[in-house]
Design a protein around this ligand. Structure first.
Ligand SMILES: C[S@@+](CC[C@H](N)C(=O)[O-])C[C@H]1O[C@@H](n2cnc3c(N)ncnc32)[C@H](O)[C@@H]1O
Length: 200
């Protein structure tokens, strides 16, 4: 039987190994991860079996959740839960996790949604929990690498509410939510892997 054609986000094949290397370090003592904006679910099906000591909870907006369901159905793992419907601007599920992970989402959702994301995050994040964000940001008003300037322009052509966010702005939103940034890792292709911690 041939595999049905699953939706493909090709960037996940390029960035999953560098992200996984950081996650294996950061999630050593983690037990429960909520992934926000799982996309196709390709990250989840790659990461979860390599992090067998924790459970990985995917989530997506209603309009994209079938893609996650399809990937998880074809690549099940014991520690990979069925996706939850979650639009960060709506009602969040009742959860308690020690880690929230999100990849390539904060430049896609409007700035107003990013604000709501940080405001609602403490509802699900346990004390001493961590937020891990992967994606492009500006630092001190500067793009990381010339490619990101063009990417930002392209994003805004698709939708003027999209755009690469300022790290300092994210830090302010995080601080208002009771989180402090502990890491800024430079990953390939001008992306950052950022970590904030909630007070214990
Ligand atoms: C570029 S995709 C990234 C998907 C995946 N995380 C990845 O790295 O391949 C952006 C994702 O952000 C999600 N997203 C946008 N706005 C959102 C919102 N308000 N709440 C939750 N997810 C949102 C989209 O549904 C989409 O899956």
């Amino acid at each position: 039987m041939t595999e049905p054609k699953l939706p493909d986000a090709p960037s996940t094949a390029r960035n999953r190994e560098p992200i996984l290397r950081e996650l294996q370090r950061l999630l050593k003592h983690s037990r429960r991860v909520l992934e926000v904006g799982s996309g196709t679910g390709q990250h989840a099906v790659y990461f979860a079996p390599k992090l067998p000591h924790l459970s990985w909870q995917t989530s997506e907006r209603a309009q994209n959740i079938e893609e996650v369901r399809a990937w998880l159905a074809h690549h099940p793992a014991d520690n990979l839960a069925a996706p939850l419907e979650l639009d960060v601007t709506g009602q969040w599920p009742e959860l308690a996790v020690d880690t929230v992970f999100t990849s390539n989402t904060l430049h896609i959702m409007p700035a107003a949604a990013v604000e709501i994301f940080f405001r609602k995050l403490p509802q699900v994040l346990q004390p001493a929990g961590q937020l891990i964000v992967y994606g492009p940001v500006k630092i001190n008003g500067e793009y990381i690498g010339p490619g990101n300037a063009g990417f930002d322009e392209w994003l805004k052509e698709q939708d003027p509410l999209r755009g690469i966010r300022d790290l300092e702005w994210l830090d302010t939103l995080a601080a208002d939510a009771g989180l402090t940034r502990t890491e800024n890792n430079f990953l390939p292709a001008n992306n950052q892997l950022l970590v904030w911690h909630k007070a214990g």
